[in-house]
Design a protein around this ligand. Structure first.
Ligand SMILES: [Zn+2]
Length: 400
């Protein structure tokens, strides 16, 4: 992710890379930045240095006490200092520094007794709120980034609005936007870790689309409109990621039986083992083998809606009849059990017991908050709106 990238720049400013300094004068300490590549371990990295194998092992052991070597990531920068020893090429490792994440760094130092000791230092971060807005000239992404928005938050905003807004067609130059989020910043390096996108707005035509990130008491956090209805539809049209629609709804020549038969659902071709998600919150009505459907799950949702999933290779752990499931929860895996020519998901949508075409319905019902959850949302919304107004006021005031 891009948030890791600045670490490299930050590091390379401190220590020039090895490639830039091929001929170091003798007797000078050797400082370099090594960037971790795929398959690297502390061992493979340290063995590229002119230090003894025993010292490389000692350093690895010391580092492993404060940092899980498995967490060493590709592109991680290691800043190393070695001192020459004796007349030859031999060096001794004197320090090593890495910053695996924005909020801590690992320092390996050599004690006066010549022992290598590693320590973890936590870096205090400042929690702050960021409000960024304006009009779009190029694209939401480019314009917001130019104003200093976190790329992660802009991406989050685009993802959240994509339920309602067609970014190709609806976003024109002049579209007004705003995003408000919290972030944890290291003031020294300027590095930040964005938290939640608490609010975002897009004004398309005359209509302001506003969303708030809200966690209902006892529920899962998500985005809601100003009126308190979820931006997500109560049912997903495609309960599987990256699958190709291989057969639509309606009359078709049956691939196995060979005669024309009503296809009561839609088929998504996907490799065996691809996770299948619950299309919406609900209760599992049936879970098990079911004649030509093979391994089959049927979920009952609110509003007299049901969804069914067939030909599964297996069911997800803990998914059984009568259990509650949430939208997006993995309930099983693609397979070809029952009457199926290849691995695919057969997906059905039923309203009042009647099969309907999931691709055809334009307006899927949305989940709206009610009762105590709605009251909590209204209080949360008022707080966020006030914080935004305060930020706005601060920006307008000339700085002292
Ligand atoms: Zn089918």
């Amino acid at each position: 992710m891009c948030c890791i990238r600045p670490l490299l720049t930050f590091g390379n400013l401190l220590f020039p890379s090895r490639r830039l300094m091929p001929y170091l004068p003798k007797k000078q300490p050797r400082k370099e930045t090594i960037v971790v590549k795929g398959g690297d371990t502390f061992g493979t990295v340290l063995n590229t240095l002119p230090i003894s194998a025993a010292q490389a092992q000692e350093a690895t052991d010391a580092l492993s006490k404060v940092f899980n070597p498995k967490d060493l990531k590709v592109d991680q920068a290691l800043h190393v200092v070695c001192h020459p020893q004796g007349e030859g090429e031999a060096h001794s490792l004197t320090s090593l520094l890495l910053r695996p994440d924005i909020d801590y760094e690992i320092k390996l130092m050599c004690t006066p007794e010549g022992e290598l000791v590693a320590e973890r230092h936590d870096i205090p971060l400042k929690h702050e709120y960021v409000d960024i807005g304006g009009t779009i000239h190029m694209s939401l992404y480019a314009d917001a980034l130019q104003k200093g928005a976190s790329p992660k938050m802009v991406y989050e905003m685009i993802k959240a609005f994509s339920y309602d807004v067609d970014f190709q067609r609806d976003i024109q130059p002049g579209t007004v936007y705003e995003l408000f989020y919290d972030t944890h910043r290291d003031e020294k390096s300027g590095l930040e870790r964005a938290g939640h996108l608490l609010y975002a707005k897009l004004v398309i035509g005359e209509k302001a689309h506003e969303i708030y990130y809200f966690q209902p008491p006892g529920g899962v956090g998500g985005y809601y409109t100003a009126k308190g209805s979820s931006i997500k539809t109560a049912l997903m049209r495609t309960p599987i990621d990256g699958a190709r629609l291989s057969s639509g709804f309606g009359n078709r020549r049956h691939p196995v039986l060979g005669y024309t038969k009503m296809h009561k659902g839609v088929d998504f071709a996907a490799p065996t083992g691809t996770p299948i998600m619950a299309a919406g919150d609900g209760v599992v009505e049936r879970c098990g083998p079911f004649s030509s459907y093979g391994n089959y799950i049927c979920i009952r949702h609110s509003g007299n809606m049901k969804t069914a999933y067939a030909h599964l290779s297996r069911f997800a752990k803990n998914v059984k009849a009568k259990c509650k499931v949430r939208q997006g929860q993995v309930i099983g895996y693609v397979g070809r059990t029952g009457r199926a020519t290849g691995a695919h998901l057969h997906f059905e949508l039923l309203q009042n017991g009647k099969h309907i075409n999931p691709q055809k319905i334009t307006q899927l019902p949305k989940t709206a908050l009610g009762g105590k959850s709605l009251a909590a949302f209204k209080a949360f919304k008022a707080k966020i709106d006030k914080m935004r107004r305060d930020q706005e006021r601060k920006k307008r005031q000339p700085s002292a």
